[in-house]
Structures are given as C-alpha cells and as structure tokens.
Design a protein around this ligand. Structure first.
Ligand code: CO
Length: 134
C-alpha cells in the first residue's frame, strides 16, 4: 500500500531561522514559507535529491503542533509522510485494521495541493504518520 517517502517533518520554534540554517549552513534548496491555516502551520520544504524535509511552525490559535513544541522547545521530528495511490482506499483499509485516523477522518488538502490524512501515533510505534495521495 505504501509508496515513496514523501517527506519527514520537523517542528521548529523559529521557521525563518531554521530555513536560513538549512539554506546557508547545510547548503540545501529551500522553498518560500507557505501558510496553511486549515492545518494550523506554516511550512517550508527542503528539497533533497531523494525526498523532502518539511519544517513546520505553529500558525494561529490551537495549532496542532503547539503542544509538541511545548514539550520539545528546541523542535523535533514530528511526522513522516508516505505516498499512497488512493487515499480513501488506504483509509478504509486502515480503519478495518483498527488504526485510528485523526480528525473527522476525511482527507484535507495538504501543502502539495493533494489530499492528506494523519494516523494516530499510538497505533504506529509512537510515530505520527501522514498519508498523501500521490
Ligand atoms: Co507533512
């Protein structure tokens, strides 16, 4: 069911500083910040030859990453994103297998204008999983 690793996401307390660090110290290609109000985050992508790194900063009240950053004030690895061919088929399969889909269970449009879903980290070895329809 799983396809490519689309990205690994890192929650950061200061997106501009983290972006500059990847650009200047690590010499990586970085995108411009993109606000995603529906997800409560602002994101930047680091483009690597084989995958991407997503840097996440809280946006607005009740951001889903605010609690994570309160526990991890210097930032930390937040989720991994795997590609799937059909997100609704993947969701229905996972629900039948007993996995919990976060939110109302309906895909939202993610940073790449494609449908995404998140799976409960307690069901996957403490790792928050994002699925993106490729
Ligand atoms: Co992501």
């Amino acid at each position: 069911m799983l396809g490519r690793l689309n990205h690994v996401a890192i929650a950061v307390p200061d997106l501009a500083a983290a972006r500059a660090q990847y650009q200047t110290i690590l010499g990586a290609e970085v995108t411009e910040p993109q606000a995603l109000p529906e997800h409560g985050v602002t994101v930047v992508f680091i483009k690597l030859p084989n995958t991407k790194i997503e840097l996440l900063e809280p946006l607005g009240e009740g951001s889903p990453i605010a609690a994570f950053l309160a526990k991890n004030p210097s930032g930390g690895m937040h989720h991994v994103c795997y590609e799937v061919d059909d997100i609704l088929t993947a969701r229905d399969h996972l629900k039948r297998e007993g996995a919990r889909v976060l939110g109302d269970g309906e895909p939202k449009i993610g940073a790449h204008d494609k449908p995404v879903l998140f799976l409960h980290p307690k069901d996957f070895n403490g790792t928050l999983i994002e699925l993106e329809q490729a």
